[in-house]
Design a protein around this ligand. Structure first.
Ligand SMILES: *[C@@H]1O[C@H](CO)[C@@H](O)[C@H](O)[C@H]1NC(C)=O
Length: 366
């Protein structure tokens, strides 16, 4: 009798405890809707989504231990997780991202990335998930536009939508993302212009927008993003001049503006910016002379000015550079003797090919 009482008391206590640590019915229902619109045939990650407690052992789901709200949905199709090792392959998933995901009000990380086959649109309601810090939907086949109210996500630090089929324009509200540090929209079909007030994104350190259909000119306001280290606008249809302001950026170390329709001259501030280690201006319509502003603090891992309309001589100051790893001045209208000096000694003919009248080592003697 006494033993039975103790046993049933323990059972009761355990069930209360597990209810306390269980996910809320609304979160569980939202996850089940999400699951119902996705199909993951090879790894069986959703086989772990059973039982009532979504906060315990549901693959990719984490909860806040105090509120039991789901805070993280972390589903990556490329991962070191044993579940992938066991299957001996990377992930593949089809289906769509169900708008029920927006009922997970406590979400701080929403990562559904690199599944290759997920189609449909980004649910517009994600802009109501105001606790979000990371929104990473890279590497799927998502289409449609970036939600117009994305700017509501005031805590968003990472927005990664790269490698999808996202179209439309960069929403005006995007510049309101005052916490954003990492923006990656590469390899989509985004068109229209970069908002002129893009420079409002004062926390931004990486802005990767290459391989899209962007037009218009580079907003000079970008030059005022103090923390920007990496700006990649390559392979778009951007025209106009390169803003002088880009050359004055203190921490900019990589600038890729290659394969666009840029015209005008290369701002001298850009080439004298000693922080810049990678500069790719290849395949544009840049004119004029290469500014003679290099110095002993110039240190370029890569300097690619190929396929432009640059004329005149190769500036003599370039030999005073501390280091030039990869130099490409080919396919321009340069003329005259190639300067000789240590940064040039290892360069091959291809660095200087197809100019008007360059001569000297490694080309034919003058
Ligand atoms: C610069 O961009 C061009 C064209 O987009 C590309 O082919 C080239 O490899 C890039 N150069 C470097 C050094 O990465």
């Amino acid at each position: 009798m006494g033993l039975l009482l103790i046993t049933s008391t323990i059972v009761l206590l355990l069930s209360i405890l597990s209810a306390v640590n269980s996910c809320t019915p609304t979160d569980r229902a939202a996850l089940q809707s999400l699951r119902s619109s996705l199909h993951e045939p090879y790894l069986g990650i959703f086989n772990t989504w059973t039982g009532t407690n979504c906060c315990s052992n549901w693959y990719g789901v984490s909860c806040d231990p105090l509120t039991n709200k789901v805070t993280d949905l972390n589903l990556r199709g490329e991962s070191e997780d044993p579940i992938f090792e066991k299957a001996g392959r990377t992930g593949y998933m089809t289906g769509t991202i169900h708008p029920a995901v927006c009922q997970l009000y406590g979400l701080t990380n929403l990562i559904v990335a690199d599944w290759k086959g997920i189609t449909g649109q980004i649910p517009a309601c994600v802009s109501s998930l105001t606790s979000l810090r990371v929104l990473d939907l890279t590497g799927n086949m998502l289409s449609g536009e970036i939600p117009a109210n994305i700017g509501n996500l005031q805590r968003l630090v990472v927005l990664n939508l790269a490698d999808n089929g996202i179209s439309g324009q960069i929403p005006k509200s995007l510049v309101q993302l005052s916490s954003l540090k990492h923006l990656d929209l590469r390899n989509n079909v985004i068109s229209g212009e970069i908002p002129t007030d893009f420079g409002k994104l004062s926390m931004l350190s990486r802005a990767l927008l290459s391989r899209n259909e962007l037009t218009g000119s580079i907003p000079s306001s970008i030059g005022y993003i103090y923390r920007l280290a990496d700006l990649d606008l390559g392979l778009n249809k951007i025209s106009g001049y390169i803003p002088q302001q880009l050359g004055k950026m203190r921490v900019l170390s990589t600038l890729n503006l290659d394969s666009n329709h840029l015209t005008g001259e290369i701002p001298s501030s850009l080439l004298s910016n000693t922080g810049l280690g990678i500069l790719n201006l290849s395949r544009n319509g840049l004119e004029g002379h290469i500014p003679d502003v290099f110095g002993s603090k110039s240190y370029f891992m890569a300097l690619d000015l190929s396929y432009n309309r640059l004329r005149g001589v190769i500036p003599a100051s370039l030999v005073s550079a501390a280091y030039i790893g990869h130099l490409d001045l080919s396919h321009n209208h340069l003329c005259g003797a190639i300067p000789s000096g240590s940064p040039f000694n290892h360069l091959a003919e291809s660095s200087f090919a197809s100019n008007d009248c360059l001569c000297g080592n490694p080309l034919k003697t003058c």
